[in-house]
Design a binder for this molecule. Structure first.
Ligand code: ATP
Ligand code: MG
Ligand code: MG
Length: 388
């Protein structure tokens, strides 16, 4: 299994968990990112490339050490990747650079989905980021509507809710120097997500449909499976698979969706990489999202049922551990309580703490969601989580 070396652009927690999965299969991984980044701490120390996934020269250095290149983040230099493919034709790059390019621009992503019959919220690209433009969008979409940066978005930091026309100036002030588009407001009842992995031969496999709960635009909890009727979970799974089928190439994708009050589903966005909503798979499923990605890009087998819950753990809750806003490292108290909790597994990413930074996560697995909730309430020392 160790014949291919996988080069990973980006050395954060997602890369780190890909490395963990690859290590178990004796597959070598090399990382391109800043020195001592989370993924570099746990493998092939000494062989990594220090630099940025937005620099051609650094990507070339990574390519010189790898047979396959993949990404843990979509904000990489796609033109550099294309040049690298031309320079080293034997190297495979998954996801395909064209896919990354399309997904990087959230408006182009939306247009792509519309062309492929995938339901998304109505949206419009801004031309000159002017007040008049925002006001006329308000007339068309009504208020509130969502103003979004087309590029470099994460954790909602490129988004601004235009609540009424009085917020137009503030919205422009916040986002004015970025390429923008506006999206109709989605009054969702839940946010759902599905991890989908695509194999080299084009087959797609979906993980269970999950429910994501955000706090301050950052994923806080994931409930797996989603607390929706089975037909809806199945509908979400089909939508996610169709969305992923619209991209050639292989690897894992995270598909975020809105569930509307009339039970309609809209795709919010897609990530061409492992995704926060899939962390529960490490403990709950037969094969984790990270191993599935390794298998896909390395061309290894993906047998029937490998994305399913393992038989003993039919429910899971994932809790993100964010850097405490007031006292550095105070979030570790939560991890200590998790260590005392049966059926809970703690993952720490090896990062220096900062307010709201993703420092780690906790997976709780059990045979019922109520039991997961009881354990979560203990870990967070907050009984309100018994019924969230
Ligand atoms: P991520 O960290 O998931 O990459 P992001 O910065 O790309 O986030 P989005 O996923 O577009 O941002 O939006 C963040 C959150 O904002 C969504 O999960 C959802 O809660 C809310 N949101 C986004 N678009 C809309 C919309 N059109 N209507 C209502 N809420 C929305
Ligand atoms: Mg995003
Ligand atoms: Mg998102």
């Amino acid at each position: 299994m160790d014949s291919k070396t996988i080069g990973i652009l980006g050395g954060g927690q997602l890369g780190r968990m890909v490395v963990e999965a690859a290590n178990r299969l004796n597959i070598n991984t090399v990382i391109l990112d800043a020195p001592n980044s989370p993924a570099k701490q746990i493998n092939a120390i000494g062989q990594h490339v220090d630099g940025s996934f937005t620099e051609y020269e650094s990507i070339v250095k990574l390519a010189e050490k790898a047979d396959v290149l993949t990404v843990e983040i979509e904000h990489v230099d796609v033109e550099a990747l294309k040049k690298v493919k031309a320079k080293f034709p034997h190297i495979e790059i998954y996801p395909l650079p064209e896919t990354i390019k399309l997904i990087q621009d959230k408006y182009l992503q939306k247009e792509h989905f519309i062309q492929h019959g995938i339901a998304v919220a109505e949206s419009v690209a801004l031309v000159n980021n002017s007040k008049d433009e925002l006001l006329s969008i308000g007339e068309k979409f009504g208020y509130p509507y969502m103003l979004k940066s087309r590029t470099l978005a994460y954790d909602g930091r490129g988004n601004f809710v235009v609540k009424t026309k009085d917020y137009v100036d503030e919205a422009l002030e916040f986002l004015k120097d970025r390429p923008l588009y506006a999206e109709k407001w989605c009054p969702f009842t839940k946010e759902l997500a599905v991890m989908v992995v695509r194999s080299l031969d084009g087959e797609v496999y979906s993980y269970p449909t999950v429910e994501t709960i955000h706090q301050n635009n950052i994923c806080h909890l994931v409930y797996a499976p989603a607390r929706v009727i089975p037909t809806l979970a199945e509908k979400a799974s089909l939508l996610a698979k169709n969305a992923v089928k619209s991209f050639p190439g292989c690897g894992i994708f995270g598909v975020e969706m809105f569930l509307l009050p009339n039970n309609e589903l809209l795709v919010n966005e897609i990530a061409p990489r492992p995704h926060n909503s899939g962390h529960y798979t490490i403990d709950a499923c037969i094969t984790s999202q990270f191993e599935a990605h390794v298998r896909a890009v390395a061309g290894l087998p993906m047998p029937k049922g490998f994305t399913e819950f393992s038989t003993t753990s039919t429910n899971s809750i994932m809790l993100n551990i964010l850097g405490d806003r007031n006292v550095p490292d105070a979030e570790l108290q939560i991890c200590r309580r998790a260590l005392e909790t049966p059926h809970a597994t703690v993952y720490l990413y090896g990062k220096t703490t900062r307010p709201d930074r993703k420092m780690g996560h906790i997976n709780i697995v059990s045979s019922s969601i109520e039991d997961c909730q009881t354990r979560l309430a203990y870990i967070l020392n907050d009984e309100s989580y018994l019924s969230k």
